[in-house]
Design a binder for this molecule. Structure first.
Ligand code: CA
Length: 143
């Protein structure tokens, strides 16, 4: 092995303190073990679905989908929160209201959704450190 440093990357599932053990061998088979403790504050934002309203599942009414996106350590950039329905951003802007560590948002489709259809709600946001997150929820519109 040459003298260049070896790098590896890993994103923690959530912010916190992590212990690392790095075991390395040289060409002669000599092992070296390094221990390190690192604190990570770069976990991505987390989404929670709060309510498909009871209307969801009834044809003819535009359902309202509300959600929460939070990042306890870094906060959420309000301008980064976006939502789309079946890949299309609704004309009506997202309604956002602040909650601790982030925002609660409401998404209202532009048009009533046909019975028997499946709708994908796609949500995106970026935390105050620039770490992005995206998630999606599928809904079935009943008869
Ligand atoms: Ca974060």
């Amino acid at each position: 092995m040459d003298s260049r440093p070896f790098t590896a990357s890993w994103r923690p599932p959530e912010d916190g303190v992590y212990d690392f053990r790095v075991l390395s061998y040289d060409r002669a088979g000599n092992a070296s073990l390094d221990l390190a403790t690192d604190v990570y504050f770069n976990a991505p934002p987390r989404f929670t679905l709060l309510s498909p309203e009871p209307r969801l599942g009834s044809a003819g009414f535009p359902p309202l989908v509300s959600f929460k996106v939070v990042d306890e350590n870094d906060g959420i950039e309000a301008s980064s929160v976006s939502a789309s329905l079946n890949g299309i951003k609704p004309a009506k802007p997202l309604e956002l209201s602040p909650v601790p560590g982030g925002y609660r948002g409401s998404l209202v489709p532009d048009l009533p959704l046909p019975a028997g259809s499946t709708v994908e709600v796609w949500l995106e946001a970026v935390d105050g450190e620039g770490v992005p997150a995206a998630t999606s929820f599928l809904f079935y519109i009943g008869e």
